[in-house]
Design a protein around this ligand. Structure first.
Ligand code: S3P
Length: 171
């Protein structure tokens, strides 16, 4: 089994889809943000506040190198900016979870933990800037992805089924 890397904008549901895929397959899953938080023993938000975004990107680079060298047979969910790491093609099959910006924000706002979800993501603090970031990144996500899954109005179960079907064909 090759690694599968989930990319996509903040709040699109990478973690939820990853957990659902694990329920229905033999994949184990890890999350790049969780790895960074446990390595640093602090929250992403604190890293951004105290050290700045560039420092966070360096930590992501270390994770990307480690993934390439040491991780196999795994579904890797990533932070929304992790796709900028240049070795991802060597890590595994890249799957983009795609959705329009407004649908992503609606999804976050309808979540019972909406405030927490917004608060923990420094780059969502200003929605106008976040939209600009989305517009800038979306063509790059599409360019990089081997597989694209439009998650809009689909349940996590439907997304996970589609992912497993497409990955099987691709591998
Ligand atoms: C970021 C996305 C976040 C987290 C950090 C930066 C980004 O992860 O890595 O706040 O640059 O898009 P999620 O995509 O899980 O929110």
């Amino acid at each position: 089994m090759r690694n599968v890397i989930l990319i996509g904008f903040m709040g699109v549901g990478k973690g939820s889809v990853a957990r659902e895929v694990v329920e229905h397959s033999n994949y184990m899953t890890i999350d790049t943000d969780d790895l960074i938080e446990s390595m640093q023993n602090r929250k992403i938000k604190d890293i951004f506040t105290n050290e700045g975004e560039d420092y966070f990107r360096k930590l992501e680079k270390n994770v990307a190198k480690w993934l390439e060298k040491s991780v196999k047979n795994t579904l890797i969910s990533t932070g929304g900016g992790f796709y900028k790491q240049t070795n991802l093609k060597k890590v595994g099959i890249i799957v983009l979870l795609d959705s329009p910006f407004d649908a992503i924000i609606k999804r976050i706002k309808e979540h019972p933990n909406a405030q927490k979800k917004l608060k923990k993501r420094p780059l969502l603090a200003d929605l106008k800037k976040a939209k600009e970031l989305y517009e800038e990144r979306r063509p790059e996500y599409l360019e990089l992805a081997d597989i694209v899954i439009d998650v809009t109005e689909k349940s996590v179960f439907e997304c996970s089924k589609e992912l497993l079907k497409k990955v099987k064909k691709y591998a």
